[in-house]
Design a protein around this ligand. Structure first.
Ligand SMILES: NC(=O)c1ccc[n+]([C@@H]2O[C@H](COP(=O)([O-])OP(=O)(O)OC[C@H]3O[C@@H](n4cnc5c(N)ncnc54)[C@H](O)[C@@H]3O)[C@@H](O)[C@H]2O)c1
Length: 420
């Protein structure tokens, strides 16, 4: 394969405009990029990143390159690539990219392999596909890796399972678990962009609709909040009793999917789990129900089960909408082939929120390099100092000033003697 595999080099000019547009809303990452271009902390570092190829990611890899990294990028999902951004990265910024929107699974894994053959010493993942392939099939590369960063909840879950099984061969930083990531990216980023993807795909009105949100973690909470704000009646399904109480006290109806199936107009899974919506649920759904997923993998909706029970499937009745006809005469509309609807049918998270996630990613990379030889083959949290730096820089960029502890308050909070 040549040093890139993208859809069309003619898209580069459009992609460059898009990357620059996103950069306007990424002041913290720009600061990191500036710092990297001066300290060149990543000089000569071979890096492979498996991330959603979006304008925001483009600005992250530009920052890594400014630090001296020799970085290549492949897609972390077959549907999430912005082809114009991929073209611009290759032709305007000299960064090899292996990603084409809508690529089949074979091409997806061919692209992943190309990123591995770059022979990285540091990797970045969104969903753990890169780390899992390197750990199982490329022992020599696994031995040379000094650290990896993981962007999403599903990836961290897989990595912790690898750590438990003794299969993790190098240190990993769970960027997803940083508050500067999940509190904002998962909640507000997924919340807004999932609504955006659904509306772009269907053009439906959310006001007055029964919206069933499966999973009340950070992503589910953000999505539920946005739907409620737009006038939808939100129903939450959960398996965790505490999250279920939280949803109920946030003012949502909470019930089982078996009960919600016949009530919902729109269903969205955000669980990181598999087969959350299955044939037994499809059978109960209203005619015209819209079903989508914003969790990492395309297994949250049992599409194989749906295909088996459907009498007929009409592909692309609109862009990113497939219509399944059931024996009872009802039609079920699946968005973005059950893949992340916010990245498949829209543009993913807004740049302003990725500013924090990707600054955290970039600074975690610097941390790995500066702590060479000190980290073990474990899943680590992002150091608090990085989180505080990112949050402080973000606040400053938003023009917000907060209070500082007075010496008296600092003393009071550190003591235990004062009481009633
Ligand atoms: N769309 C995006 O751009 C985007 C962004 C960030 C994370 N993600 C992905 O979204 C998923 C959720 O992430 P999160 O950070 O909210 O995770 P989380 O762990 O905070 O929340 C997931 C919730 O789903 C619940 N759940 C699990 N199985 C369930 C089931 N069968 N029915 C109902 N609820 C169930 C869990 O109890 C939990 O409360 C992950 O796959 C993550 O990787 C997607």
């Amino acid at each position: 394969m040549t040093k890139y595999d993208i859809k069309d080099k003619k898209l580069a000019a459009k992609g460059k405009l898009r990357i620059e547009w996103a950069e306007r809303d990424m002041p913290v990452l720009s600061q990191v990029k500036e710092k990297f271009s001066q300290n060149r902390v990543l000089k000569g570092l071979k890096m492979s990143a498996c991330l959603h190829v979006t304008a925001e990611t483009a600005n992250l890899v530009r920052a890594l390159k400014a630090g001296g990294a020799d970085v290549v990028l492949c897609a972390s999902n077959p549907l999430s690539t912005q082809d114009d951004v991929a073209a611009s990265l290759v032709f305007d910024y000299g960064i090899p990219v292996y990603a084409i929107k809508g690529e089949d699974n074979k091409t997806y894994f061919k692209h992943l392999t190309a990123a591995i053959e770059h022979s990285p010493v540091v990797t970045m993942d969104d969903g753990c596909d890169l780390v899992s392939a390197i750990s199982t099939k490329y022992p020599a590369i696994a031995r040379q890796i000094i650290g990896s960063m993981e962007e999403t909840t599903t990836g961290v879950i897989r990595l912790k399972a690898m750590e438990r099984d003794g299969a993790l061969k190098f240190p990993v930083i769970a960027v997803n678990d940083a508050q500067t990531k999940n509190l904002f990216d998962n909640r507000y980023g997924t919340g807004q962009s999932t609504v955006d993807g659904i509306i772009r795909a269907t053009d439906i009105l959310l006001a007055g609709k029964n919206v069933v949100v499966a999973g009340y973690g950070w992503c589910g909470k953000g999505f539920a909040l946005r739907c409620k704000g737009m006038g939808a009646n939100v129903i939450v399904t959960e398996i965790n009793p505490i999250k279920a109480i939280e949803a109920a006290m946030d003012g949502h109806r909470v019930m089982s999917m078996a009960e919600a199936a016949s009530i919902g107009d729109l269903f969205c899974t955000l669980t990181g789990d598999m087969h959350v919506i299955r044939p037994e649920h499809f059978k109960k759904m209203k005619d015209g129900a819209v079903v989508c997923n914003s969790g990492h993998f395309d297994i949250e909706i049992d599409l194989i089960g749906l295909a088996k029970m459907a009498k007929k499937v009409r592909k692309n009745v609109r862009n990113f909408v497939d219509e399944y006809h059931l024996a009872n005469g009802h039609r079920i509309h699946i968005l973005a082939e059950g893949r992340l609807v916010n990245l498949g049918a829209a543009e993913g998270h807004p740049a302003s929120v990725m500013d924090m996630s990707f600054s955290t990613q970039a600074l975690a990379t610097e941390y790995v390099v500066n702590n060479l030889g000190k980290l073990k083959a474990r899943v680590y949290n992002v150091p608090e100092a990085i989180e505080n730096w990112v949050a402080t820089a973000k606040l400053k960029s938003m023009g917000i000033t907060i209070d500082k502890l007075t010496p008296e308050q600092a003393k009071y909070l550190a003591s235990w003697q004062e009481g009633t």
